[in-house]
Write a protein that binds this ligand. Sequence first.
Ligand SMILES: Nc1ncnc2c1ncn2[C@@H]1O[C@H](COP(=O)(O)OP(=O)(O)OP(=O)(O)O)[C@@H](O)[C@H]1O
Ligand SMILES: [Mg+2]
Length: 281
Amino acid sequence: PANIQAMRPLRDGVIADIEVAEQMIKHFIDKALGGPSRLRRRSNIVVAVPSNSTIVERRAIRDATSNAGAMNVLLLEEPLAAAIGAGLPVTQPRGAMVVDIGGGTTEVAVLSLGGIAHSSSVRVGGDKMDEMIVSYIRRKHNMMIGEMTSERVKQAIGSALAPEGSGTIIAVKGRDLVNGRPSEVSVSEAEIAEALAEPVGQIVSAVRAALEQTPPELSADIIEEGITLTGGGALLRRLDQAIAAATGLPVHVADNALLCVASGAGLASEDQSYRGILMAA
Ligand SMILES: Nc1ncnc2c1ncn2[C@@H]1O[C@H](COP(=O)(O)OP(=O)(O)OP(=O)(O)O)[C@@H](O)[C@H]1O
Ligand SMILES: [Mg+2]
């Protein structure tokens, strides 16, 4: 409707609209504390930031968070937060690889001793997958679908590897591009796997490139322990298998993959053994 405007204050993990971001953080603080409260003024807040974010972007995050009512803002690199949330021993002198597949970006990081030995980020994630499904259905079925429908299709039958045969088939509703009327087509798991091949390939390439850049001692640990996937994108069916096939390494999807960054930031703020890896903003 004309009187409602949808906004996305964060883009690719950093703030795109500082005022709206501040309002959003306020809202979440109240929600976490169970209603508007003066406690807000005294909270310590840990914010996970993309490892490639700039000083200017990090300052914006600090400002928005303190304006929202935090007394003390600490930053934590996102891959470390993801790894802590996934239960990896990040402060040990061992190498571990975590691949966090979010909406906007996929971050690949090699961690050891509470720090990041190597990290890279590609602008591919769940949003790109949704876009690819929209354009595939437009091209192949002459039907326009919305973003939310596309995300539902991805969650229902999306897969990183093609099934044998056509796999599960579902009905998808949209608008016919020829006559403009509402319409419905059948879409198969195999078709969606084809639509997702490009973003999945980009994620796989990013992991392979990161492995090539990993210092040898840490590679040896990763060969043993494997790769851990976090973020909502990690829930795409058979993405672990696709990465395992391309790298020859064991790949695990973290428990609660969608929540790893948040739960890792929470653990880091509570557990003294993580003190050294939190950064003053
Ligand atoms: N079951 C699922 N299968 C495939 N994708 C999923 C599933 N559940 C959630 N996703 C996708 O995960 C993405 C959101 O993941 P997440 O919450 O980790 O991202 P984010 O942290 O908000 O983004 P970013 O890290 O890029 O800033 C969305 O694109 C969503 O469609
Ligand atoms: Mg994320």
